[in-house]
Design a binder for this molecule. Structure first.
Ligand code: A2P
Length: 267
């Protein structure tokens, strides 16, 4: 990362780091992931998000993006939707290796271990690019120190949109050190809602009609289960209601609880 002396930068650019893009992968016509340099001083907790973007003239155009890489990784990874008329993603989807993105100061967020009380089963519910913070959480050894079982679910419209999550799990299993830490505790359940597949339907429906309990061995319980949820506003509201109906309480960094939610980046 390059550091320009503060007083030489236009006001809007003070306090941002410039990070070189090191890799880009297009997964579907709606999603892509990319990696970039990690500032040497950057500390974050797996599951947090940062403000990142591109510079438009003198002003940075920034949006909240979950960091998909775990906190120990040398590079930062992000997983993003492409929106043709989205102010940032319409441009960000064209980034190439060697381009620079900008990142503002300190990552924050609630999809972190600190916001949950101890439990046995960690369940990570996502739709679409809401899987991004969990890509970080499932690669963090702390996750497997804290839980006996980790279940990641992702609901997407089409099968191809599940490829990023599937590749991630395959990468973990192929990694000698990580697979030893994970020790068979991780399970990925991907469902589709529009394209025909072996596992269809919204996870919210699976939870309500018993398919979730059948697939994982038991229904949600406040005694054993801790939950993180990331997706659209409507998805969060439904999952939150299901957790509350199961007797769970929402947690935060200052008051840890049974479940935590965060809106996925949308435009
Ligand atoms: P559906 O196809 O039935 O709308 P999107 O691509 O629009 O962000 O949606 C991602 C996935 O999230 C889709 O499979 C979609 O299902 C699902 N979804 C949308 N709204 C909700 C909701 N309120 N609760 C659970 N899943 C949802």
């Amino acid at each position: 990362s390059s550091q320009t002396p503060l007083d030489e930068l236009p006001k809007g650019l003070r306090g941002v780091a410039f990070l070189k893009v090191t890799g880009v992968r297009h997964w579907t016509d709606r999603t892509f992931s990319f990696t970039c340099e990690r500032p040497a001083s950057l500390r974050f907790r797996s599951g947090e998000f940062a403000m990142i973007g591109r510079v438009d003239g003198e002003r940075p155009l920034l949006r909240a993006y979950s960091i998909a890489s775990p906190n120990w990784a040398e590079e930062l990874e992000f997983y993003s939707i492409k929106v043709d008329d989205g102010p940032l993603t319409s441009r960000l989807q064209h980034i190439a290796v060697g381009d620079e993105i900008v990142m503002r100061a300190k990552p924050v967020g609630t999809l972190v271990h600190d916001a949950l009380t101890p439990g046995k089963r960690l369940i990570l519910f996502s739709t679409g690019t809401g899987i991004a913070p969990f890509a970080s959480v499932i690669r963090d050894p702390e996750t497997y120190e804290k839980y006996d079982e980790v279940i990641l679910t992702q609901t997407c419209r089409d099968l191809h949109e599940l490829d990023y999550g599937k590749a991630l799990v395959a990468e973990i299993e192929a990694d000698e050190m990580l697979s030893e830490v994970v020790n068979g505790k991780l399970r990925f359940i991907g469902t589709t809602t529009r394209e025909t597949s072996e596992q269809m339907g919204r996870m919210t429906d699976w939870l309500r009609d018993g398919r979730f309990a059948d697939a994982t061995g038991r229904a949600l319980t406040p005694e054993d289960d801790r939950v993180m949820i990331c997706g659209s506003m409507a998805m969060l509201q439904e999952h939150k209601q299901i957790c509350e109906d199961a007797g769970m309480e929402e947690g935060s960094n200052s008051a840890p609880g049974d479940f935590v939610i965060e809106k996925a980046f949308v435009d």
